[in-house]
Design a protein around this ligand. Sequence first.
Ligand SMILES: C[S@@+](CC[C@H](N)C(=O)[O-])C[C@H]1O[C@@H](n2cnc3c(N)ncnc32)[C@H](O)[C@@H]1O
Length: 282
Amino acid sequence: MNSGRDLFTFAVTESVEARAYITGRDFAGRPLLALPFSEDVRAVYQDLQITFWRDVRSRTNASPQLRAIILRQQQIDYSQGTKESLASYLGDCVAEAKAKGIDEISILELGCANGPTIRHMRNFFPEIKVRFFGIELTDFLVDNLLVRHPEARAIPGGVDEFLAMSAEDFGVQSFDLFLASGVLCQVPPDAAAKTLAHASRFCDQVLMWDYLLNMGGQISDSDPIIFKLAEDSQHILFLNPYEKMLRDAGFTQIDVTPTAVSSTTQGPGEGSVRARKPSTVD
Ligand SMILES: C[S@@+](CC[C@H](N)C(=O)[O-])C[C@H]1O[C@@H](n2cnc3c(N)ncnc32)[C@H](O)[C@@H]1O
């Protein structure tokens, strides 16, 4: 909770307001705001984030032009730019599987877009069979994924739908990896923690790319922290305390690879995390 800090009300968008206090600024001078009131966090999450990803960009609401732009934005491969460390962790997983004589990797991905993970695996490790189950809030990206990769499974949905899913829904008891790239920053800490706890029921390993500036709870591990990548952006991102969430979910062997900062267009603490249950580490 806010302990005597200077609270102010700001218009997150034209329709969503939140009470906040400033905790500091990141390397690019962006203010890092704490939201001490849960109803404001809920409003940002439900009325802004979910509406943006699920509704504004949906099959029915997004124009063909907008859908084409979104698909173009999805063309970048993990091996280029800030997600290189994610590509490298995927490479480590493949190398470890091969060392054990295994030629298949199963991946459960939240926020799978139109399948950049499958595409990366096909391009870089065509000898590895990928068993894939994806969940994605933007429905037309799911359509596109299934057209490009008919062997994969993918459904429209987000954290709420994921939390309600069981092994029966996935059609299998477990996956090798839970992957979330640029996704947990879209959700507030309570939802991110529940997501990782739920993922630990099916997966012994997590790969994520995210904004890690508050990874250890150094900014706050109680009040949710938000920032905007650009001042004029309508989009909000969360800086979540992932280390505690991962440990609480049983992923106690944690490796982090920060992205080198080369531009102020990067967000605070970009980087990748590989987190494993101790039983999976040789
Ligand atoms: C920046 S995109 C990243 C897409 C892809 N994972 C990648 O790395 O290119 C953010 C993703 O977060 C997902 N997302 C946003 N809010 C979400 C929520 N509440 N639950 C699950 N996924 C969410 C979006 O659907 C979108 O796929």
